[in-house]
Design a protein around this ligand. Sequence first.
Ligand code: HEM
Length: 149
Amino acid sequence: MENQTRDMNSGDLNARERMRRTGIDEPMIVRLVHAFYGKVRTDELLGPVFNRKVEDWDEHLRTLVAFWSSIAMGTDGYNGRPLPAHMGLGIEAEHFTRWLGLFRDTAADVCPPEAAAFFIGRAETIARSFQMGLDFHRSAMAKGALPAG
Ligand code: HEM
């Protein structure tokens, strides 16, 4: 199991092979995204951050389904820039801990184990890179190297 999970997370397996192994398809991604953000919206720590920013939740859910479809199935429906979308939201380490906790629980509830392992692995990697990107942006701003906001 360990070796296979690592294989699935690396970029060398093509999307079709990954979908065959994990059973990932669009309906599963829709179930995962809708269940996850259903929890996020009512979460006492994350809810206020999202509800302050997201005006059209249907559009936000469509964007996140396209995002995860591009990662898991190699589709080209998502062409946003996720890191800048998280700047200026006042996100701290505790928000990432809660976000990942809710995401792990939801993926385990909604997806078969191999698909859940794939989504959780990618979410952890992306969350780590977001945290580094936000920390870098914050310290560069503190040094006056970047414009505020
Ligand atoms: C601390 C945890 C997080 C918080 C509080 C958070 C909050 C948000 C908010 C409020 C938006 C909407 C921004 C807007 O409409 O301008 C957003 C967009 C988005 N988030 Fe997060 N997020 C978090 C972590 C993550 C992680 C770990 C991922 C990926 C694994 C992610 C993926 C995205 C994507 C793809 C978008 C859409 C960006 C676009 O418009 O193209 N977020 N997030």
